[in-house]
Write a protein of this length. Structure first.
Length: 398
């Protein structure tokens, strides 16, 4: 793919981008597009995030952005990153770097003016592509463009070294393979991930959870999970993930598509977890996920006597009901709940007092009985609820 240039794309015409590039000396070769925007444009994919790499030092980047009348946020000054805020979103600008030391979790860096040196510290060849903003000329130091054509995710240099620098690259390897790869994963990279799987134990559980959720948001998350399970790569940090969970996840992905319901990474995580609510909650707690996620999983996995979709929705809420139905493969019923709204019991305690009940615990007990029958009958109308209420009040008064 020699002499390849970056195709034109809508993101290259973002409001304020030309002004930013001019301020950062792009015309003089000081600044280039880098990473995902280059990769995804070459693949014809939409670009979400835009990153720039520059020879300029962070303080100079900040000052030039502000001098151009744009907002500069020092989001990672020590690591060389300044965020320029444009009208339609942020652009991260990072000074070229080289690693001074790494421990698998964080790196100490020094700034550089050598493009190849900056490329060499990145994870995969397809993420180490640079492009000149003016001409679109591609700078590819490690064969990333050819790997894109071959649909191959390959570490830069020695995979074991790249993983030793940042252990999270084990999970990233499988996420990127699922998104950009084709067929079997790169053999050398796969073997290195298996050999260094225990390194995952040194990572914070928050970083593991974040990467896992990104993986689950992909179009085919069961494939990377299966590849990792085959070589026991997840075992050091998530030993509970088994073949049954992988099968549930694959079935859920198919069910979401069949029901025309948007993929949901939390729903997919719940499907991947063991069905025992206590075990699942322990995993979510270990991953330091929020109480809201843990509550959602508990609702989906807990026993529920109801079988009708609307009754499940009433008991658990619409979101948890859709999760539960999709995971069970009940796609049509899940789809039917898409615009369903939880009904409200059309009678109040005051109406029971007006029927002769004394205010207090008796009213609360009567309301519960009415509600149970109303739900069991499929949420009948006000007239039927009034008849149910009359019968309950009579029985209470006897």
């Amino acid at each position: 793919m020699a002499d390849l240039t970056l195709p034109d794309a809508p993101w290259r015409h973002r409001p304020g981008l030309d002004r930013l590039l001019a301020a950062l000396g792009a015309g003089a070769g000081e600044t280039r597009f880098v990473g995902g925007a280059v990769r995804d444009t070459l693949l014809g994919l939409p670009v979400a995030d835009l990153d720039l790499a520059t020879r300029l030092r962070p303080e100079a980047v900040r000052d030039r952005i502000r001098a151009a009348g744009l907002k500069a946020v020092p989001t990672g000054l020590a690591h060389g990153t300044i965020t320029a805020v444009l009208a339609d979103g942020p652009v991260e600008v990072t000074t070229l770097r080289r690693d001074v030391s790494t421990d698998g979790r964080r790196a100490t860096v020094a700034f550089s003016d050598d493009w190849r040196e900056d490329a060499a510290r990145r994870d995969f060849t397809i993420n180490a592509l640079y492009a000149d903003p003016a001409s679109g000329a591609l700078f590819d130091y490690f064969g990333g463009a050819d790997d894109l054509t071959a649909r191959r995710v390959r570490f830069i240099g020695d995979p074991l070294t790249r993983i030793a620098e940042d252990h999270l690259r084990i999970l990233r390897f499988f996420r990127f393979h699922a998104r950009f790869g084709g067929g079997a994963p790169d053999a050398e990279g796969y073997a290195a991930c298996a050999a260094r799987a225990n390194d995952l134990m040194a990572l914070s559980r928050e970083r593991i959870a974040d990467e896992l959720l990104k993986m689950l948001a992909g179009h085919d998350p069961a494939t990377p999970i299966g590849l990792m399970r085959d070589r026991a790569i997840l075992t050091p940090v998530l030993p509970e993930i088994d073949g049954a969970g992988e099968q549930r996840l694959a079935a859920l992905v198919a069910a979401e598509a069949a029901a025309s319901i948007a993929p949901d990474r939390i729903r997919r995580l719940i499907a991947l977890l063991p069905g025992d609510p206590a075990v699942a909650d322990a995993i979510l707690a270990r991953l330091k996920l929020s109480n809201a996620i843990r509550k959602r999983a508990a609702l989906v996995l807990a026993p529920c006597a109801e079988t009708a979709p609307d009754r499940i929705g009433y008991r658990l809420g619409r979101e948890a009901a859709i999760d539960r139905l999709l995971i069970a493969g009940r796609t049509e019923e899940a789809s039917a709940l898409g615009d369903w709204q939880r009904p409200t019991l059309p009678i109040s305690g005051g109406a029971l007092v007006a029927r002769g009940l004394s205010a207090g615990p008796a009213v609360a007990r009567a309301l519960r009985r009415i509600e149970e029958q109303w739900v069991a009958e499929g949420f009948p109308d006000t007239a039927r609820v009034a008849a149910i209420a009359d019968a309950v009040v009579r029985r209470t008064a006897e």
